[in-house]
Write a protein of this length. Structure first.
Length: 260
């Protein structure tokens, strides 16, 4: 069904939510799938990393995570091809799931202008959910902070996500073993001090609460004066506190509570 005068097959809220999920795939989900495939995240020790890099990997491979990664890559590639064909855009080349997630996020409008857009959202969301289920152990994962590599920021390592109770974790990018307890202590201070743009805040808040918080929701908080900026860039871009957003998120009744 066409949703508005611009002939979009996805409304603005659906486009925003899809964009947020594509950014999650691009920024951390694929990397965490890599960790889950060798069970590095689940066990979180240097010994596990050594096992995963040995010649005998049969006992440490997570086939469920491997299947989820394959499904995610295939789904994103199929819909990238669909958008390129339907909108007569050049093929962006082959790559991993992050590559296609980044491209689709940059072409959400093009996707929304195709009649199959609702199907794309359903299939991408299913692949996104399956990927998150594969990387989230039962007792939950936590964002511990940026990698402790002394080469940062020259080495582009992604953030570290570990199971609760993990003491050490070895980065797949730089092979530095991170002290998780120290990282989490540093992160607590940084969370209170760092200023996020509204778009960054939606991603950061999604990671903190373990669920997708659409950019549209953050923008509505700002519009209604519920969330005030703590700083602004030279170009006027406002920055917001994650701590303030977490307080607001926790004070907002859940859909279940509102309809009970």
């Amino acid at each position: 069904m066409i949703t508005d005068a611009d002939h979009f097959y996805l409304d603005r809220s659906a486009r925003s939510l899809l964009s947020t999920r594509l950014q999650e795939i691009r920024d951390w989900i694929v990397d965490e799938l890599d960790n889950a495939i060798t069970r590095q995240t689940a066990l979180g020790t240097q010994e596990t990393t050594r096992q995963a890099r040995s010649d005998d990997t049969a006992d440490v491979l997570d086939l469920n995570a491997s299947d989820a990664a394959h499904d995610l890559h295939g789904t994103l590639r199929v819909w990238t091809h669909h958008v390129c064909t339907a909108r007569k855009l050049p093929w962006p080349g082959e790559g991993r799931a992050q590559h296609f997630a980044r491209w689709l996020d940059g072409h959400v409008i093009d996707l929304a202008l195709t009649e199959q857009a609702p199907v794309a959202v359903d299939e991408i969301t299913d692949a996104w959910k399956r990927a998150k289920d594969a990387i989230d152990p039962p007792q939950g994962r936590e964002f511990a902070g940026p990698c402790q590599s002394p080469e940062q920021p020259a080495v582009s390592c992604l953030g570290v996500y570990v199971r609760r109770g993990t003491d050490a974790w070895t980065c797949r990018t730089c092979s530095v073993t991170c002290d998780i307890t120290a990282m989490q202590a540093d992160l607590h201070d940084q969370v209170l001090e760092y200023g996020y743009t509204a778009n960054q805040l939606a991603t950061a808040l999604s990671r903190e609460v373990g669920d997708t918080v659409p950019y549209e929701r953050v923008r509505n908080w700002v519009r209604r004066g519920k969330l005030s900026p703590i700083d602004a860039d030279d170009d006027g871009t406002q920055r917001f506190s994650l701590n303030d957003a977490l307080t607001l998120y926790n004070a907002t009744p859940s859909r279940t509570a509102r309809t009970a």
